[in-house]
Design a protein around this ligand. Structure first.
Ligand code: GTP
Length: 171
């Protein structure tokens, strides 16, 4: 058949937000126990599923390695930003990380779609995706298409809705 266009999706977010759990959900069964590729200074996880190539980057406490992320920013077609919606305190940190990402030279002028997962919606302390987008300041994000979905990576709720939106944007 016709080979599908392969798109690179960068999955970012603070540690413990649920990146690995989300990515695991989209892995074909034979890859569920895939290898984790450790890179100098930060963890990078890569896998491919159908037409999507995912690369996950852990954004926490790794400021001094940020210059090494440029290569991933350069080749990415879309971003999934995972937020732990049950951790209101660290959402301030997540917002700072988002702002840094948006200001990054490689992404500043790129009109790439950003999908936000307000993950852990099942947690008792979780806030709604609307509240989450407000806390993250998304109303000021005007130069890139974005979308936010509440998700539960443990059950998969919300994940496909989000990735369908992203895939649509990347067509
Ligand atoms: P790092 O590897 O530290 O960067 O974390 P990560 O962002 O990859 O998060 P990970 O997928 O390892 O999930 C962190 C913890 O949150 C694990 O214990 C998951 O089981 C749990 N978790 C992930 N998603 C959800 C969710 O939607 N709801 C709940 N209740 N727990 C979740």
């Amino acid at each position: 058949g016709v080979k599908k266009k392969e798109v690179n999706v960068l999955v970012v977010g603070l540690d413990n937000s649920g990146k690995s759990t989300i990515i695991n959900h989209f892995k074909p069964p034979e890859l569920k126990n895939h290898e984790i590729v450790p890179t100098v200074g930060f963890n990078v996880e890569k896998f491919k599923s159908k037409a999507l190539a995912f690369t996950a980057l852990d954004m926490s406490g790794q400021g001094r390695y940020r210059n090494l992320w440029e290569q991933y920013y350069k080749e990415c077609d879309g971003i999934i930003f995972v937020i732990d919606s049950s951790d209101k305190l660290r959402m301030v940190v997540a917002k700072d990380e988002l702002d840094l990402l948006l200001q990054h030279a490689e992404l500043k002028d790129k009109r790439i779609p950003i999908l936000f997962f307000a993950n852990k919606m099942d947690a008792r302390e979780s806030v709604s995706s609307v509240k989450c987008s407000h806390l993250m300041g998304l109303e000021t994000l005007r130069d890139k298409p974005w979308h936010i979905c509440a998700s539960n990576a443990l059950t998969g709720d919300g994940l496909h809705e989000g990735v369908d939106w992203l895939t649509d944007q990347l067509k």
